[in-house]
Design a binder for this molecule. Sequence first.
Ligand code: ADP
Ligand code: MG
Length: 340
Amino acid sequence: MAIQLLPPQLANQIAAGEVVERPASVVKELVENSLDAGATRIDIDIDKGGSKLIRIRDNGAGIAKEELALALSRHATSKVHTLDDLEAILSFGFRGEALASISSVSRLTLTSKTAEQSEAWQAYAEGSQMEVKVTPAAHPQGSTIEVVDLFFNTPARRRFLKSDKTEFTHIDEWLKRIAIARRDIHFVLTHNGKVIRQYRPANTEIQSQQRLAQICGRAFADQALSIACEHDGLSLSGYLQSPHDRVITDTSYFYVNGRLVRDRLVNHAVKQAFAEQGVEHQPGYVLMLTLDPHQVDVNVHPAKHEVRFHQSRYVHDFILQAIQSALSQMPALDFVEPQI
Ligand code: ADP
Ligand code: MG
């Protein structure tokens, strides 16, 4: 075969293979866009596990009419302009691929209004060239992205979808992880027209605890040790399951500069600190690490689940010490009265 440039839709579908695995990955990308746009309220409507409809509505900054077409194109982003920007990322997005990818494997419409505009506009891309059509619409400030019939044109992917219930559970689980890190945001999640989760914004410590209990369970929230530690540009905050609380939990969420990541480093540090106290089981945790974005590479994986620390030993030891110090402020385990 002769060498040819791929038509845009096909190029986007190939890119979608890496980031759009299932409805939950669409929800992740779209909600992260809403957060990057400064939204304080995000409504997520799902029909049939997301295979029929995923609709994300936010009250963020919106997209100007002239930029709607760009927003739907690949490699178009407002978040990174130079290599320096890429090396100091604090936004969720930076690849400029999500909207183009999702729109190449679904029927996607983007409706938006900025504060400066008096009218809203709607955009959608069609055909192999993904030509963008823009029409007038009604919408308050912010954006709504509607994704209908996910994978309708990529049957191989569509076949991999599980039951509506399973796909919805993936969405619900992912939203929990983001709702716990962003307790300032109001999230509403519906499935087939029914409100399933309502996370009200937490502005006080009590409300914050309520959200923790809502997501991680009352026992975890009531007994968890608070972590708040800062040293030399690194800061760790969050909650650690109390060693007295023997309930087995799979709550182990770790965030780096607000981004949920999978990383063995934190698991290792938590385990080590507990082992030193004679506790062998793996405790639950919700830990947020903040550090200079230059110290961490987030551009490791298309779905951005992983990061690379420039000084991972240093970060590990900092986390270990933060946890050791939280544990040392508890009454010694030996003196705890047996629970009857
Ligand atoms: P990225 O997030 O990596 O920049 P995306 O394809 O997800 O790439 O989005 C492309 C651009 O569209 C973003 O850079 C942003 O400017 C704009 N955008 C997407 N979603 C929203 C939203 N909900 N509100 C405001 N702007 C948005
Ligand atoms: Mg994005």
